[in-house]
Design a protein around this ligand. Structure first.
Ligand code: HAM
Length: 444
């Protein structure tokens, strides 16, 4: 077939899909433990939402949004990030007035940016993230930042580099903006066209420029830390003290400004170089925003959050061999030995499946040895073999595939046998205190 997937997209299939599921489940379970609740907002939003939030000076809005007119002539965008949609939902649903604050949301799903595809950079990719809305408190910022760190550690990543910076409050940013304007005034004619626009709209964005010749100029620019108000310095210090108290290592990076316009005060990124030496870029990033809720027509309320890029998290975990345990993990593999046995085996398989056992059946003609190889590839723990003799006797052969022990079991006793195997035979079972969820004790 000549039709290929769209440039910058990728199929997430088989083991990779399993790994994504595992990653997202880990992220969700920790977000739940931190009392965040799930939000599912639309993939399509009015384009204006991102113009007003992510900002006209960001590359995301200027160059990377997938926008289109729908049949009713509305200008829509495929979401290039989640934060704006979550805040829109918070405002539209008046959650600021009807719910306890902070309102803590987590989310996951696809996002779209028309970027140049390269390692770790896609046009359709996936994010998992959180937003905590409606309360101004440094510890709220630390809570989100800590959650991100805990998730990465739980996934097995050691030595994550947490880069943090502060963009200061409004007065600090105004003073810094003027300082940058003054500095870049004599350089801007020699800089890239994007920087010329950034100079007019938001000179802070110039610090993010990736053009090598501009980078030289950027290195000599004034530093944000020299323009922070006393209040902004004090707030940032509180974050650092909390991180020290919690033994979370961090690096202060005063060039970190982030690519989206809504941030103020704390910004941060999680970085990780995989054991293969590959750096896929930030695997997650976020920060605090003072004005976003108000800019989207809500009350004046602060927010904070972060998003992980699932593709990048997946890549570092894979490089580091931390996804190796994601194998096929079926419970039972059923092996009929004749055409006649296939029917019997099929009904029996259906019964095991409806009893909750992950069961696969071999319906293609295969030699016994091949069937055992397949059972092994599927990670099956129990094999069930049915031949013509067993049909005649009303039995099946049940084989513990790890111990290589087998016995003949009457079909009527099969489910009890399987229950006993999975209930009592598994290492993780803790029947001793009756608290476990093995098949024996489920529902007790
Ligand atoms: P962001 O830095 O634009 O922030 O994206 C967050 C993460 O998404 C990045 O750290 C990266 O892992 C991943 N990512 C970004 N672009 C791509 C791409 N083209 N391909 C693959 N992965 C990518 C935000 O989106 C903010 N909404 C984060 C936030 C939440 N700030 C506050 N709350």
């Amino acid at each position: 077939m000549d039709i290929k997937n769209v440039k910058g997209t990728h199929d997430i299939i088989l083991e990779e899909a399993k790994a994504y599921d595992k990653i997202e489940m880990t992220m969700k379970s920790f977000a739940e433990a931190f009392c965040f609740s799930e939000f599912r907002t639309p993939v399509i939003e009015p384009s204006e939402l991102f113009q007003r939030s992510v900002g006209e000076s960001s590359d995301v809005v200027r160059k990377e949004m997938y926008t289109f007119l729908d049949k009713g002539d509305r200008l829509l965008a495929l979401r290039p990030e989640f934060t704006a949609g979550i805040v829109r939902s918070f405002v539209n649903n008046k959650l600021y007035a009807t719910r306890d604050l902070p309102l803590k949301a987590y989310y996951s799903g696809p996002v779209f940016r028309y970027e140049r595809p390269q390692q770790g950079r896609y046009r359709q990719f996936h994010q998992f993230g959180v937003e905590s809305l409606g309360v101004e408190n440094v510890l709220n910022d630390v809570e989100s930042l800590f959650l991100g760190y805990v998730i990465l550690t739980a996934l097995g990543l050691e030595n994550v580099t947490l880069k943090i910076n502060t963009l200061g409050d409004a007065s600090s940013r105004e003073a810094y903006r003027n300082a940058l304007k003054g500095y870049f005034e004599s350089h801007i004619k020699d800089m890239c066209d994007d920087c010329k626009v950034r100079y007019e709209v938001n000179p802070l964005r110039i610090l993010d420029c990736k053009v090598p010749s501009d980078h030289e100029i950027v290195l000599g620019a004034p530093k944000m830390s020299d323009y922070l108000s006393n209040e902004a310095k004090a707030k940032f210090n509180k974050v650092l003290i909390a991180l020290d108290e919690m033994n979370i290592p961090y690096e202060i990076d005063d060039t970190l400004v982030r690519g989206l316009d809504y941030y103020s005060e704390l910004v941060f990124e999680y970085h990780y170089t995989s054991k293969k030496g590959v750096n896929y870029g930030a695997i997650g990033a976020g920060g605090h925003y003072d004005n976003l809720v108000e800019e989207l027509d809500g009350p004046k309320m602060a927010g904070v959050g972060f998003s992980f890029g699932i593709e990048r998290v997946y890549s570092v975990l894979k490089d580091d061999g931390l996804l190796d345990d994601i194998v096929n993990d079926i419970d039972i593999y059923v092996m009929p030995l004749s055409e006649k046995a296939k029917n019997q085996a099929f009904y029996l398989t259906s019964g095991l499946r409806t009893s909750g056992y992950k069961t696969e059946i071999n319906l293609v003609d295969s030699k016994m040895a091949n069937m055992f190889k397949k059972a092994d590839r599927h990670g099956a723990k129990l094999g069930i073999i049915i031949g013509d003799d067993e049909i005649a006797n009303g039995t099946v052969i049940v084989k513990d595939l790890a111990k290589k022990e087998q016995e003949e079991v009457a079909i009527d006793d099969l489910l009890d046998k399987v229950d006993a195997f999975f209930g009592e035979g598994q290492d993780e079972c803790c029947c001793g205190d009756g608290e476990c969820h093995c098949h024996d004790h489920e529902g007790e």
